[in-house]
Write a protein that binds this ligand. Structure first.
Ligand SMILES: C[S@@+](CC[C@H](N)C(=O)[O-])C[C@H]1O[C@@H](n2cnc3c(N)ncnc32)[C@H](O)[C@@H]1O
Length: 181
């Protein structure tokens, strides 16, 4: 199974980022930077993509490429939960968050982001793999259970409104409720 986001999926992210004129972008799970550089290509002027990845060699590759090409992408190395907690503590907030990381931790990522106001009021979160190859609904393996738990938890959260796009491996789109709850 390939880890890289598909070209058409990144085009969809770019569509949202252009439309919403996003400037502060967070990617949880960056791998070789395909999604990160794609998002950086269309972010608003002066913007930045902050990535998170646990693998030092992916982080080094992306950070070196970003420096060489003068692109404002920076990947922070570490477990996504730990890095997210420290970004929250520093008061970082984002208008676009792309979650494409360790499936059992999606609920925790969501809680850290929401409980610390890391998604700006007009911001948007996109979570990948929520259908888990069609298995999440049947809960037919451990990751499928994790994704079903995540979809159920987010759907029941009164602070947000969501829609699940049944394309690619399932994308859950999340935004704050209009009433700002
Ligand atoms: C599906 S790939 C990301 C693909 C990327 N978003 C793209 O557009 O090509 C998932 C990435 O999450 C990273 N990862 C897995 N578990 C992690 C964890 N607990 N904390 C941080 N990164 C993790 C992996 O090293 C891998 O690079």
């Amino acid at each position: 199974m390939t880890m890289i986001s598909s070209a058409s999926q990144v085009q969809l992210l770019q569509f949202f980022i252009r439309k919403l004129k996003c400037r502060n972008i967070l990617e949880i799970g960056t791998y070789m930077g395909y999604g990160a550089f794609g998002m950086a290509d269309v972010m608003a002027q002066g913007g930045k993509v902050t990535g998170i990845d646990i693998e030092p060699h992916f982080c080094d590759f992306v950070n070196k490429t970003a420096r060489e090409r003068n692109i404002n992408v920076e990947v922070k190395q570490g477990s996504a939960i730990t890095v997210l907690e420290s970004l929250a503590k520093e008061g970082n907030k984002y208008d676009f968050i792309y979650v494409d990381c360790h499936k059992p931790d999606y609920c925790e990522y969501f809680k850290i982001i929401m409980n610390n106001g890391m998604l700006l009021p007009d911001g948007m979160m996109v979570c990948d793999n929520v259908l888990w190859h069609g298995r999440s609904i049947k809960r037919s393996d451990y990751f499928a259970e994790c994704m079903d738990d995540f979809n159920t938890m987010v759907a029941a959260d009164p602070r947000v409104t969501t829609t699940l796009l049944p394309c690619y491996d399932g994308l859950l789109l999340i935004q704050h409720n209009d009433n700002g709850e």
